[in-house]
Design a protein around this ligand. Structure first.
Ligand code: ZN
Ligand code: ZN
Length: 329
């Protein structure tokens, strides 16, 4: 087994849950679907659920970006959005509860949605735990200190029980955490954001959130092109529709169609679309997925009409809790 990636938060900008009214509407829709498909009684509920995807039943999740990347020998966390809280709770079932954990947290940038879960990451409050933070940006330590300062948070940085260390990364220079090779590359985002290429046993994960995808050629990408080459799984920012992308130029987020163009050009095997807009309901994200399907089919059809062979790209929309073993892709 090589790389495993687990998504603890896939929303962008702000945690966002459906309103109670929306839950009621969604629930009514599911009940209608149950009877429309010919199901009649409670013994058939399990079968009904199994024939629907997790997002069709439970939506895409509410928490913002936090991603766990692991091998049997090593583990890192990318970003501390609100999703890191549940990851912390999970870690507290193991060595982190006894102060015996060594934790590595890589940050992409300091926008709120990527940091707001950090004060609620329980291993911070256990003596003996070692928490290593990594980022390109030299202000890393100051940014974390702000998160643990009054009046924003009651426990000041100096009183955290865990031992914290800060490591400044160099652009495009790999470092090793256990058997994982991690290389930062710059994405297209204001207040610069750095993605990560993570390699282990010949498998490659590219973490590309947040990005607007404004550099659309190999030449424009220049030194950051390797982030997208020879990749098995790319996690890509697809917050907007194409018309929204035009309206919200320079906001730093992209659309799935740009991610597909990139994947088709570079032969990326599998793409996960994420950083879902906080205002997007489950049905709106499912509609985005349908538009992405149309675009992908159109690209393949147009290419084959012109006798151009495009590589096959598999893609899906990420939901909270999704776990992918790269060896199974
Ligand atoms: Zn973000
Ligand atoms: Zn951002």
């Amino acid at each position: 087994m090589s790389l495993r990636v687990k998504y603890w938060g896939v929303r962008g900008s702000l945690p966002s849950s459906p309103t109670p009214e929306q839950w009621v509407t969604d629930f009514e829709g599911l009940l209608r679907q149950f009877f429309k498909l010919g199901y009649k009684d409670a013994t058939e509920i399990k079968d009904f659920l199994q024939h629907h995807s997790v997002p069709q039943i439970g939506g895409f999740g509410t928490a913002t970006t936090s991603v766990e990347v692991s091998t049997p020998q090593a583990q890192i966390i990318i970003d501390g959005g609100s999703g890191i809280r549940n990851l912390g709770e999970e870690m507290m079932k193991g060595p982190a509860a006894k102060g015996k954990a060594i934790i590595h947290i890589f940050l992409t940038h300091f926008h709120w949605d990527h940091l707001l879960g950090l004060p609620f990451f329980a291993p911070h409050f256990v003596k003996g735990n070692q928490i290593h933070y990594y980022a390109i940006q030299p202000e890393l330590k100051d940014m974390i200190k702000v998160k643990f300062s009054k009046p924003f948070f009651p426990v000041p940085f100096e009183q955290l029980s865990a031992h914290l260390e800060f490591h400044q990364l160099e652009p495009r220079k790999p470092i090793m955490i256990g058997d994982m090779k991690i290389t930062p590359y710059q994405l297209d985002h204001p207040d610069p954001c750095w993605g990560y290429r993570i390699e282990n046993e010949g498998k490659v994960y590219a973490h590309c959130v947040d990005t607007e995808g404004t550099r659309t050629s190999r030449e424009a990408l220049g030194p950051d092109l390797p982030l997208y080459q020879g990749v098995d799984l790319m996690y890509y920012d697809a917050q907007y529709t194409l018309p929204e992308l035009a309206e919200k130029a320079n906001w730093g987020h992209s659309a799935a169609q740009l991610g597909l163009d990139l994947a088709l050009r570079e032969g990326i095997r599998h793409v996960l679309f994420a950083h879902h807009d906080p205002g997007a309901t489950t049905s709106q994200i499912l509609e985005l997925k349908a538009q992405t399907r149309e675009y992908y089919d159109w690209k393949i059809k147009t290419a084959s009409a012109n006798n151009i062979q495009l590589p096959q790209v598999k893609w899906r929309y990420a939901h909270e809790g999704l776990t992918i073993d790269l060896v199974n892709l």
